[in-house]
Design a protein around this ligand. Structure first.
Ligand code: NAD
Length: 338
C-alpha cells in the first residue's frame, strides 16, 4: 500500500524501514505533523500513518478522504486525537497499536523514581563541574518504604511487582479491577483515598478519563504524608500542575518525576532549545532541584519501536488484503473507553 507517514523522526524512519522489509509497502516519510494545512500531502495515499500529537478532526479527515485515504494507522495506543465517528462517516478505517512494550514504560518509571529519589541528575551535573561534594545529595532507601501504585494494568502491574519483589517495598494498589497475582505477592489493594493518604511514594498508571483528571490535586497533596514522592509516566493531566507546584513550595512534596505534562502537546517531541517557552507553569517546575522531567520517552526502547513498526505495517497489510483487523478502533471502542 502507498502510505504517507506524518510527523516522522529519524527513529521512526529507521524502525519502519527495517520492519517494512517483511511487508513491502510503499512508505513516504513526511516531517510535518498532520493538520488541516498539511493534509493535502496525503493525496494519492491509501493509508496515512500518524502519532499521538497529529490532528485528525473531522476537517482533516475530510481532506484525507478527498485525497483517497481509506486507512489511518496510529503508531501509538491512544486515539483521543482522532474523531472516530467522523472517520466512520467518511469510510476511513482506523487502526492502532494497543500494546507494544509495557516493560519499556515500567522500567523507565523505576529509573525515574531511583534517579529523583537518589538525586542522580544533581550529582551528575556536579561531577561534570568537578564538584564532588555530597551535601544536598542524601537520598532514601526504597527498601521498606510504602509505595502506592494507581492503576495495575499492563504497566502498573510490572511496576508494583518490581517494587514489591525487587525492592521489598510495602506496596499499596488501587484499581477498579484487582489483580490476584499481585495480591498473592503481598500487594495490598486499598481505595484510592487510603492509598493517597498512606503512601510515601505514588506512581500513576491509570488512564486519563474525566474521572481521573487532576486525580492529584491540592486536597490530595494536603492530606498526603509529608515528603511525598510522585512519579507520573501515564498522562500529564492526572496531576493538577499548579497544585503540585504548591506542594513543592510548601515542602509537602519532596520529589517529583514526570515523563508527561498536562500541556505537553505544545512542547514535547520537538527541539525548542532556540525558542522562548511561554508556559510559566512548566518553567516554574523546572526550577525545583527536586523535580525531574523527561519529554514523554518512557516508551522509547528498541523493543517498543520494533513492535510498533511491525504491528502498524501488519495492520496495513491486513487492511490491504481485506482480512479482519484485530487492532481496529471504532465507535464501540470509543464508547467503552469513557
Ligand atoms: P492498561 O489499560 O493495561 O491499565 C490501566 C489500568 O488502570 C487498568 O487496570 C484499569 O482498570 C485501571 N484504571 C482505570 N481507571 C482507574 C481509576 N480511576 N483508578 C485506578 N485505576 C484505574 O494501560 P497500560 O498499558 O498499563 O497504560 C497505563 C498508562 O500509561 C496509560 O495512561 C497510557 O496512556 C500510559 N502510557 C504512557 C507511555 C509513555 O511513554 N509515557 C507509554 C505507554 C502508555
Amino acid at each position: 500500500m502507498r502510505v504517507a507517514i506524518f510527523n516522522t523522526k529519524a527513529y521512526d524512519r529507521r524502525f519502519l524501514t527495517q520492519a517494512n522489509a517483511g511487508f513491502g509497502h510503499d512508505l513516504h516519510f513526511l516531517e510535518p505533523r498532520l493538520d488541516l494545512a498539511t493534509a493535502p500531502l496525503a493525496a494519492g495515499h491509501q493509508a496515512v500513518c500518524v502519532f499521538v500529537n497529529d490532528v485528525l478532526d473531522a476537517g482533516v479527515l475530510g481532506k484525507l478522504a478527498e485525497g483517497g485515504t481509506k486507512l489511518v494507522a496510529l503508531r501509538c495506543a491512544g486515539f483521543n486525537n482522532v474523531d472516530i465517528a467522523a472517520a466512520e462517516r467518511l469510510g476511513i478505517t482506523v487502526v492502532r497499536v494497543p500494546a507494544y512494550s509495557p516493560h519499556a514504560v515500567a522500567e523507565f518509571t523505576i529509573a525515574l523514581l531511583l534517579a529523583v529519589d537518589r538525586k542522580v541528575p544533581r550529582a551528575w551535573a556536579r561531577v561534570r563541574e568537578n564538584n564532588f561534594a555530597l551535601d544536598g545529595l542524601i537520598g532514601r532507601n526504597l527498601h521498606g518504604r510504602t509505595a502506592g501504585v494507581i492503576g495495575t494494568g499492563k504497566i502498573g502491574a510490572l511496576v508494583a511487582r518490581t517494587l514489591r519483589l525487587g525492592f521489598d517495598c510495602e506496596v499499596l494498589a488501587s484499581d477498579v479491577v484487582e489483580d490476584p497475582e499481585l495480591a498473592a505477592i503481598g500487594v495490598r489493594y486499598v481505595d484510592c483515598a487510603t492509598l493517597l493518604a498512606e503512601a510515601e511514594i505514588v506512581t500513576l498508571h491509570c488512564p486519563l478519563t474525566p474521572e481521573t483528571r487532576h486525580l492529584i490535586d491540592a486536597d490530595v497533596i494536603a492530606r498526603a504524608r509529608d515528603g511525598l514522592v510522585i512519579v507520573n509516566t501515564s498522562r500529564g493531566a492526572l496531576i493538577d500542575t499548579a497544585a503540585l507546584i504548591g506542594g513543592l513550595k510548601a515542602r509537602k512534596v519532596s520529589a517529583v518525576a514526570l515523563d508527561v505534562y498536562e500541556q505537553e502537546a505544545d512542547l514535547f517531541f520537538e527541539d525548542l532549545s532556540d525558542e522562548i517557552v511561554s508556559d510559566d507553569l512548566f518553567q516554574r517546575l523546572l526550577t525545583f532541584p527536586n523535580v525531574l522531567v523527561t519529554g514523554h520517552q518512557a516508551f522509547l526502547t528498541e523493543e517498543a519501536l520494533e513492535a510498533i513498526a511491525r504491528t502498524t505495517l501488519s495492520s496495513i497489510s491486513d487492511a490491504e488484503a481485506g482480512r479482519a483487523l484485530a487492532n481496529r478502533v471504532d465507535t464501540r471502542l470509543v464508547a467503552g473507553s469513557r
